[in-house]
Design a protein around this ligand. Sequence first.
Ligand code: DQA
Length: 146
Amino acid sequence: TKVIVVNGPNLGRLGVRQPDVYGRQDLETLRTQCSQWGAALGLKVEVRQTDDEAEMVRWMHQAVDEQTPVVMNPAAFTHYSYALADAAHMVGDAGLPLIEVHISNPSARDEFRKRSVISPVATGTITGMGFYGYKLALDAIAHLIG
Ligand code: DQA
């Protein structure tokens, strides 16, 4: 089974962006780790990143059309993108799992990070576990589709 791992704005800067919060490992490392974690579960994982809300929305439409489960770190879109929330809702409506992941624990940070418009339409949410959260999300997907 193919799974897409989609990452929102500024996550292409992992490793250099607030390493105290997001760690010192970069997106390429996350890519390698997700592929390995997925392979061990029999999942073919494709890791994507975009700073573009429209592209992220299109990826959700594509997931529905191709029946692909989704791991999503919506980054700052988490807190305000109703367009992405509506698109994520469609993934759920299609019977596909969508696991929301945050590297940090947003509820322990700024006030504006305490609300997620994605959580209500996600199958579940994993926060505060660093890159390991993506592994937990892939485990959850393997469990949910297994
Ligand atoms: C994040 C948390 C968001 O609040 C922030 O805007 C990000 C990353 C996380 O992975 O911890 O860009 O989603």
